[in-house]
Design a protein around this ligand. Sequence first.
Ligand SMILES: Cc1ncc(COP(=O)(O)O)c(C=O)c1O
Length: 294
Amino acid sequence: MIVPAISFVSTAMAVSRVGATPVFVDIEELSFNMDPERAAAAITPRTKAIIPVHFGGAIADMDRLLPLAEEHGLAVIEDAAHAHGSEWRGRRAGSLALAGSFSFQNSKVMTAGEGGILTSNDAGFAERAWSIMDQGRRVGEGWFHHYILGSNYRITSWQAAVLLAQLERLPDQICRRTRNVALLRAELDGVPGLALQKVPQQQNVNSWYLLLGRVRERDEFHRALTAQGVPCTPFYPHPLYGNPLYQESNCRVEPCPVSEACVRDAFWLSHRALLGDEETTRQVAAAMRQASGA
Ligand SMILES: Cc1ncc(COP(=O)(O)O)c(C=O)c1O
Protein backbone atom coordinates (compact mmCIF):
# COMPACT_ATOMS: atom_id res chain seq x y z
CA MET A 1 0.00 0.00 0.00
CA ILE A 2 1.35 3.38 -1.03
CA VAL A 3 1.77 5.97 1.73
CA PRO A 4 3.54 9.33 1.85
CA ALA A 5 6.99 9.35 3.47
CA ILE A 6 5.88 12.36 5.50
CA SER A 7 3.10 11.67 7.99
CA PHE A 8 2.58 10.57 11.55
CA VAL A 9 3.66 6.95 11.91
CA SER A 10 0.08 5.62 12.23
CA THR A 11 -0.43 5.94 8.47
CA ALA A 12 2.26 3.33 7.86
CA MET A 13 1.60 1.29 11.01
CA ALA A 14 -1.98 0.66 9.90
CA VAL A 15 -0.54 -0.93 6.75
CA SER A 16 2.05 -3.01 8.63
CA ARG A 17 -0.54 -4.13 11.16
CA VAL A 18 -2.55 -5.99 8.48
CA GLY A 19 0.60 -7.66 7.15
CA ALA A 20 0.86 -5.46 4.05
CA THR A 21 3.97 -3.58 2.91
CA PRO A 22 4.08 0.19 3.30
CA VAL A 23 5.60 1.72 0.17
CA PHE A 24 6.92 5.18 1.01
CA VAL A 25 6.68 7.80 -1.74
CA ASP A 26 7.72 11.41 -1.84
CA ILE A 27 5.63 14.52 -1.20
CA GLU A 28 5.30 17.66 -3.32
CA GLU A 29 7.52 20.68 -2.66
CA LEU A 30 4.96 22.98 -1.07
CA SER A 31 1.68 21.13 -0.65
CA PHE A 32 3.45 18.70 1.72
CA ASN A 33 1.13 16.01 0.31
CA MET A 34 1.76 12.79 -1.60
CA ASP A 35 3.11 13.49 -5.08
CA PRO A 36 0.72 11.73 -7.53
CA GLU A 37 3.56 11.23 -10.03
CA ARG A 38 5.67 9.46 -7.41
CA ALA A 39 2.65 7.37 -6.41
CA ALA A 40 2.10 6.37 -10.05
CA ALA A 41 5.74 5.36 -10.41
CA ALA A 42 5.54 3.15 -7.31
CA ILE A 43 2.57 1.03 -8.47
CA THR A 44 3.29 -2.65 -9.14
CA PRO A 45 0.98 -5.63 -9.75
CA ARG A 46 1.11 -6.26 -5.97
CA THR A 47 -0.18 -2.79 -5.03
CA LYS A 48 -3.58 -2.83 -3.34
CA ALA A 49 -4.26 0.71 -2.11
CA ILE A 50 -3.16 4.32 -1.98
CA ILE A 51 -3.41 6.13 1.35
CA PRO A 52 -3.07 9.89 0.86
CA VAL A 53 -2.78 12.00 4.01
CA HIS A 54 -4.47 15.41 3.96
CA PHE A 55 -1.47 16.91 5.68
CA GLY A 56 -2.18 19.76 8.07
CA GLY A 57 -5.74 19.92 6.68
CA ALA A 58 -4.66 20.49 3.06
CA ILE A 59 -6.32 17.91 0.82
CA ALA A 60 -4.02 15.74 -1.27
CA ASP A 61 -4.47 16.11 -5.03
CA MET A 62 -7.56 13.91 -5.36
CA ASP A 63 -8.12 15.04 -8.97
CA ARG A 64 -5.04 13.04 -9.88
CA LEU A 65 -4.98 10.32 -7.21
CA LEU A 66 -8.54 9.04 -7.69
CA PRO A 67 -8.25 8.46 -11.48
CA LEU A 68 -4.82 6.91 -10.94
CA ALA A 69 -6.28 4.45 -8.44
CA GLU A 70 -9.21 3.68 -10.69
CA GLU A 71 -6.96 3.01 -13.66
CA HIS A 72 -5.06 0.39 -11.62
CA GLY A 73 -8.02 -1.01 -9.66
CA LEU A 74 -6.73 0.25 -6.32
CA ALA A 75 -8.64 1.33 -3.22
CA VAL A 76 -8.10 4.86 -1.91
CA ILE A 77 -8.22 5.38 1.85
CA GLU A 78 -8.05 9.01 3.00
CA ASP A 79 -6.02 9.60 6.15
CA ALA A 80 -8.10 12.59 7.23
CA ALA A 81 -6.70 12.75 10.77
CA HIS A 82 -5.87 16.44 10.20
CA ALA A 83 -8.76 17.41 7.97
CA HIS A 84 -11.98 17.77 9.97
CA GLY A 85 -14.17 20.04 7.84
CA SER A 86 -11.72 20.41 4.93
CA GLU A 87 -13.40 20.34 1.53
CA TRP A 88 -12.26 19.56 -2.02
CA ARG A 89 -14.55 20.94 -4.73
CA GLY A 90 -17.31 21.26 -2.11
CA ARG A 91 -16.97 17.69 -0.84
CA ARG A 92 -15.76 16.97 2.66
CA ALA A 93 -12.56 15.11 3.48
CA GLY A 94 -13.51 11.54 4.33
CA SER A 95 -16.22 11.43 1.63
CA LEU A 96 -13.92 11.48 -1.38
CA ALA A 97 -12.92 7.81 -1.55
CA LEU A 98 -13.75 4.30 -0.33
CA ALA A 99 -12.83 5.14 3.25
CA GLY A 100 -11.61 8.00 5.41
CA SER A 101 -10.20 7.94 8.94
CA PHE A 102 -10.38 10.81 11.43
CA SER A 103 -8.51 11.18 14.70
CA PHE A 104 -9.85 12.78 17.87
CA GLN A 105 -6.54 12.49 19.71
CA ASN A 106 -5.65 15.38 21.96
CA SER A 107 -3.82 17.58 19.44
CA LYS A 108 -6.55 17.56 16.79
CA VAL A 109 -9.01 20.36 15.90
CA MET A 110 -11.81 18.22 17.34
CA THR A 111 -10.80 16.09 20.28
CA ALA A 112 -12.27 13.66 22.76
CA GLY A 113 -8.86 13.02 24.34
CA GLU A 114 -8.51 9.94 22.13
CA GLY A 115 -10.64 8.05 19.63
CA GLY A 116 -11.55 8.36 15.99
CA ILE A 117 -14.08 7.51 13.31
CA LEU A 118 -14.03 5.76 9.98
CA THR A 119 -16.21 7.00 7.13
CA SER A 120 -17.07 5.23 3.89
CA ASN A 121 -19.03 5.75 0.71
CA ASP A 122 -19.55 1.99 0.31
CA ALA A 123 -22.37 0.34 2.29
CA GLY A 124 -20.80 -3.14 2.26
CA PHE A 125 -17.44 -1.82 3.43
CA ALA A 126 -19.12 0.26 6.14
CA GLU A 127 -21.07 -2.75 7.41
CA ARG A 128 -17.93 -4.88 7.62
CA ALA A 129 -15.99 -2.09 9.35
CA TRP A 130 -18.87 -1.66 11.81
CA SER A 131 -18.77 -5.38 12.58
CA ILE A 132 -15.00 -5.38 13.17
CA MET A 133 -15.47 -2.37 15.47
CA ASP A 134 -18.20 -4.13 17.44
CA GLN A 135 -16.88 -7.61 18.28
CA GLY A 136 -17.88 -9.14 14.95
CA ARG A 137 -21.62 -8.50 15.48
CA ARG A 138 -24.02 -7.64 12.65
CA VAL A 139 -26.22 -4.57 12.67
CA GLY A 140 -29.67 -5.50 13.99
CA GLU A 141 -28.65 -8.95 15.16
CA GLY A 142 -28.16 -10.43 18.63
CA TRP A 143 -25.63 -9.18 21.18
CA PHE A 144 -24.12 -12.65 21.53
CA HIS A 145 -23.89 -13.43 17.82
CA HIS A 146 -20.40 -12.89 16.39
CA TYR A 147 -19.66 -13.50 12.72
CA ILE A 148 -16.13 -12.25 12.10
CA LEU A 149 -13.05 -11.46 14.13
CA GLY A 150 -13.53 -8.01 15.64
CA SER A 151 -12.80 -6.16 18.81
CA ASN A 152 -14.11 -3.31 20.94
CA TYR A 153 -13.05 -0.30 18.85
CA ARG A 154 -16.16 1.67 19.83
CA ILE A 155 -15.96 5.34 20.69
CA THR A 156 -17.91 6.04 23.91
CA SER A 157 -21.18 8.00 24.10
CA TRP A 158 -19.43 10.47 26.40
CA GLN A 159 -16.80 11.14 23.74
CA ALA A 160 -19.47 11.44 21.05
CA ALA A 161 -21.37 14.03 23.13
CA VAL A 162 -18.22 16.12 23.63
CA LEU A 163 -17.47 15.88 19.90
CA LEU A 164 -20.98 16.86 18.81
CA ALA A 165 -20.66 20.07 20.83
CA GLN A 166 -17.31 20.75 19.13
CA LEU A 167 -18.83 20.08 15.72
CA GLU A 168 -21.10 23.10 16.27
CA ARG A 169 -18.18 25.48 16.77
CA LEU A 170 -15.92 23.93 14.10
CA PRO A 171 -17.13 26.15 11.20
CA ASP A 172 -16.51 29.35 13.21
CA GLN A 173 -13.07 28.17 14.23
CA ILE A 174 -12.22 27.26 10.65
CA CYS A 175 -13.33 30.75 9.52
CA ARG A 176 -11.15 32.37 12.16
CA ARG A 177 -8.10 30.29 11.24
CA THR A 178 -8.68 30.93 7.53
CA ARG A 179 -8.83 34.69 8.16
CA ASN A 180 -5.68 34.57 10.27
CA VAL A 181 -3.76 32.47 7.74
CA ALA A 182 -4.69 35.01 5.02
CA LEU A 183 -3.39 37.81 7.26
CA LEU A 184 -0.15 35.91 7.97
CA ARG A 185 0.34 35.30 4.25
CA ALA A 186 -0.19 38.98 3.46
CA GLU A 187 2.18 40.11 6.22
CA LEU A 188 4.86 37.59 5.24
CA ASP A 189 4.59 37.95 1.48
CA GLY A 190 8.03 38.49 -0.05
CA VAL A 191 10.05 37.62 3.06
CA PRO A 192 13.23 36.13 1.56
CA GLY A 193 13.84 32.46 2.28
CA LEU A 194 10.37 31.87 3.75
CA ALA A 195 7.62 29.97 1.85
CA LEU A 196 4.26 29.01 3.30
CA GLN A 197 2.26 25.95 2.27
CA LYS A 198 0.44 26.18 -1.07
CA VAL A 199 -3.17 25.01 -1.12
CA PRO A 200 -4.62 23.97 -4.50
CA GLN A 201 -7.58 26.03 -5.72
CA GLN A 202 -9.83 22.94 -5.78
CA GLN A 203 -9.74 23.03 -1.99
CA ASN A 204 -12.51 25.37 -0.86
CA VAL A 205 -12.26 24.77 2.91
CA ASN A 206 -9.14 23.99 4.93
CA SER A 207 -9.30 22.95 8.59
CA TRP A 208 -5.87 24.59 9.10
CA TYR A 209 -4.84 21.95 11.61
CA LEU A 210 -1.31 23.07 10.81
CA LEU A 211 0.18 26.01 8.98
CA LEU A 212 3.26 24.59 7.29
CA GLY A 213 6.19 26.37 5.78
CA ARG A 214 9.79 26.05 4.68
CA VAL A 215 12.50 28.46 5.72
CA ARG A 216 16.22 29.01 5.34
CA GLU A 217 18.06 28.39 8.64
CA ARG A 218 15.08 26.50 10.04
CA ASP A 219 16.66 25.58 13.38
CA GLU A 220 17.56 29.21 14.05
CA PHE A 221 14.03 30.27 12.98
CA HIS A 222 12.51 27.72 15.34
CA ARG A 223 14.68 28.83 18.26
CA ALA A 224 13.92 32.51 17.68
CA LEU A 225 10.19 31.98 17.24
CA THR A 226 9.73 29.85 20.34
CA ALA A 227 11.83 32.35 22.32
CA GLN A 228 9.18 34.92 21.42
CA GLY A 229 6.43 32.64 22.71
CA VAL A 230 5.08 31.44 19.35
CA PRO A 231 4.68 27.65 19.48
CA CYS A 232 6.43 26.19 16.44
CA THR A 233 7.44 22.60 15.64
CA PRO A 234 10.55 21.93 13.53
CA PHE A 235 8.84 19.26 11.41
CA TYR A 236 9.49 15.51 11.81
CA PRO A 237 13.06 14.45 12.60
CA HIS A 238 13.00 11.99 9.68
CA PRO A 239 10.73 10.64 6.94
CA LEU A 240 8.71 7.66 8.21
CA TYR A 241 11.21 5.18 6.83
CA GLY A 242 13.90 6.71 9.08
CA ASN A 243 12.17 5.31 12.17
CA PRO A 244 13.92 2.31 13.73
CA LEU A 245 10.70 0.32 13.12
CA TYR A 246 11.05 0.70 9.35
CA GLN A 247 14.78 0.18 9.30
CA GLU A 248 14.03 -3.28 10.69
CA SER A 249 10.64 -4.25 9.30
CA ASN A 250 9.13 -4.84 5.91
CA CYS A 251 8.70 -1.74 3.72
CA ARG A 252 9.73 -0.30 0.36
CA VAL A 253 11.27 3.14 0.03
CA GLU A 254 11.02 5.09 -3.21
CA PRO A 255 13.32 8.10 -3.80
CA CYS A 256 12.14 10.90 -1.47
CA PRO A 257 14.33 13.99 -2.02
CA VAL A 258 11.58 16.47 -1.09
CA SER A 259 10.75 14.64 2.14
CA GLU A 260 14.44 14.59 3.05
CA ALA A 261 14.73 18.33 2.35
CA CYS A 262 11.62 19.12 4.43
CA VAL A 263 13.16 17.35 7.41
CA ARG A 264 15.90 19.99 7.23
CA ASP A 265 13.93 23.14 6.42
CA ALA A 266 10.21 22.77 7.20
CA PHE A 267 8.20 23.80 10.26
CA TRP A 268 4.61 24.10 11.40
CA LEU A 269 2.45 26.19 13.66
CA SER A 270 -0.44 24.35 15.32
CA HIS A 271 -4.10 25.33 14.88
CA ARG A 272 -4.07 26.75 18.40
CA ALA A 273 -1.67 29.49 17.29
CA LEU A 274 -4.11 30.40 14.50
CA LEU A 275 -7.10 31.20 16.70
CA GLY A 276 -5.95 34.58 18.03
CA ASP A 277 -7.49 37.98 17.29
CA GLU A 278 -6.12 40.27 14.58
CA GLU A 279 -3.64 42.01 16.88
CA THR A 280 -2.21 38.70 18.13
CA THR A 281 -1.94 37.38 14.58
CA ARG A 282 -0.04 40.51 13.50
CA GLN A 283 2.33 39.88 16.41
CA VAL A 284 2.81 36.26 15.26
CA ALA A 285 3.60 37.55 11.74
CA ALA A 286 6.09 40.05 13.13
CA ALA A 287 7.77 37.32 15.19
CA MET A 288 8.00 35.05 12.12
CA ARG A 289 9.44 37.88 10.03
CA GLN A 290 12.05 38.63 12.66
CA ALA A 291 12.87 34.93 13.25
CA SER A 292 13.49 34.47 9.53
CA GLY A 293 16.09 37.24 9.69
CA ALA A 294 14.12 39.66 7.46
C1 LIG B 1 -1.73 11.84 9.79
C2 LIG B 1 -2.16 11.08 11.00
N1 LIG B 1 -2.74 9.88 10.84
C3 LIG B 1 -3.15 9.16 11.88
C4 LIG B 1 -2.98 9.62 13.18
C5 LIG B 1 -3.40 8.71 14.28
O1 LIG B 1 -4.46 9.11 15.01
P1 LIG B 1 -4.72 8.45 16.43
O2 LIG B 1 -3.66 8.96 17.35
O3 LIG B 1 -6.09 8.93 16.78
O4 LIG B 1 -4.67 6.98 16.24
C6 LIG B 1 -2.38 10.86 13.41
C7 LIG B 1 -2.16 11.47 14.71
O5 LIG B 1 -2.33 11.18 15.77
C8 LIG B 1 -1.95 11.61 12.30
O6 LIG B 1 -1.35 12.80 12.44
